[in-house]
Design a protein around this ligand. Structure first.
Ligand SMILES: [Zn+2]
Ligand SMILES: [Zn+2]
Length: 229
């Protein structure tokens, strides 16, 4: 059974199907001292459980300044509008997944699969290109465009005093034309991820993989499953 927990110094698991809502992705929080960065927002407009978990970690949801959206599927963005409205945080997503969220497209966000209505959410910062750096408080998060599961999926790399953590979310797919998935782009993205310097993998639904060898093996197992070596 998962609990809200500190994964590495200043990095917390604050949401998941077990600790916040059965439909939630894994929701991660980074303590950037004066500010907090949230990575994904869970499935529901009701964000109370995630916020409670943040308080359990002795942090204040009011300090969330930045919400990174790894991709615009409802299990990752259902709470985005609530966080933005309640805490005034800026939302950050790749430009190729932004319109889907701003229009709350019921098919492309997967909302129809969840029989749920997504609240549209403005994307304040639209990332473009293949990678970049994004400062939040005393930390700098590096982002990488990792298309495949969706056209605008991103992964985020962060250095901590306990090692580097890679937030890669839906490594496992699925890949569907309804999501505009592209499996060969995904394979390239996964190869890019395994080349990065990280010690811990924070996955979108299956949790934490460490040490590095185990995390790389996890990613490679999906590549093999789809016929990529
Ligand atoms: Zn997804
Ligand atoms: Zn997901």
């Amino acid at each position: 059974m998962q609990k809200p927990s500190e994964i590495l110094p200043g990095v917390y698991l604050v949401g998941s199907s077990e600790i916040s809502n059965p439909g939630d992705c894994m929701v991660y929080l980074v303590d950037c001292k004066s500010e907090l960065a949230l990575i994904d927002a869970g499935v529901s407009v009701d964000i109370n459980k995630i916020c409670k978990n943040i308080k359990t970690a002795d942090l204040n949801p009011e300090d969330i300044s930045t919400l990174f959206i790894t991709h615009s599927h409802i299990d990752h963005v259902g709470g985005a509008a609530s966080f933005r409205e309640k805490y005034g945080c800026k939302t950050v997503a790749h430009e190729l997944d932004s319109e889907v969220l701003e229009k709350a497209d019921p098919k492309l966000t997967g909302a129809v699969w969840y029989s749920q209505i997504l609240i549209p959410c403005k994307v304040d910062v639209k990332l473009s290109g293949s990678e970049g750096k994004f400062p939040v408080g005393n930390k700098t998060l590096r982002w990488f465009h990792t298309p495949g599961h969706t056209p605008g999926s991103i992964s985020i790399l962060l250095s901590t005093s306990g090692g580097n953590i890679l937030f890669a979310q839906d490594v496992h797919g699925p890949f569907m034309s309804e999501f505009r998935s592209n499996i060969s782009e995904w394979a390239e993205s996964m190869k890019k991820l395994v080349s990065l310097d990280f010690d811990v993998l924070a996955e979108g639904h299956f949790g934490i993989y460490r040490p590095r060898e185990r995390a790389v093996e996890y990613i490679r197992s999906y590549l093999a499953q789809y016929g990529y070596t």
